[in-house]
Design a protein around this ligand. Sequence first.
Ligand code: HEC
Length: 223
Amino acid sequence: MNYGPLLFLGILFTLASSWFGLVLMPTRQLGALTANTSTNAAGLVVVYPQARNGQAEQGAELYRSLGCIYCHSQQVRTEGFGSDIARGWGRRRSVSRDYIYEKPVMLGTSRTGPDLSNIGERQASAEWHLSHLYNPQITSKGSIMPPYPFLFETRPIGPGGASTNALKLTGEFAVGPGTEVVPTAGVRELVEYLRSLKTSFDLPEAPLKKMESGDDANAKAAK
Ligand code: HEC
């Protein structure tokens, strides 16, 4: 008996079904996702997500090159699948739409440190981030996160006096008199990236967990 046509049909079916399941269906479900537009309680139109500004985008590259992803994830699990929301890592689960402008998506798999999906809301202070990156012990005593002093320039204070953006280092972290530690352009971009990581926006597929009455994160984030 000639099995040729049967073999051909079998292979065709296998390839067609995997194309259907692995290419067509995901593209239909995720490929057409666009930003969501909503109106918050203050009457402001909120578009989420938005493409990052150029400075933050440069910072994302630095985040990637420094390997921050080996210790930090950017994905909040749904309630019931872990304590992510209870830990304050986000106010709702992460969904595909959160990542439509991410190239590449830096989900991360390991959580030696906290999830950073919503760090921009949790910690908005650029000064905090700079001190923390220079030496995590300054802000978080006992932290096992490595310090990144090479992202800063330690230099003699010029004749015009200390730079306005020099780190305020005191106590055991103080540098010698006449010396200052200033952030490089790179670390400022990295901090801009970290501060841009915000997911506290209502989405139809993942509504925000309401904290207390009158607490409108969309209004806060749109400011
Ligand atoms: C070896 C693992 C490790 C690496 C690599 C690492 N971190 Fe961390 N990170 C931690 C740990 C642990 C903490 C929690 C303690 C602390 O705040 O320092 C943390 C905390 C943080 C926080 C504060 C989070 C919060 O919820 O307060 C930020 C922001 C952060 N890291 C950013 C970065 C960036 C940016 C990089 C790359 C330049 C990086 N981390 C690399 C382990 C790491």
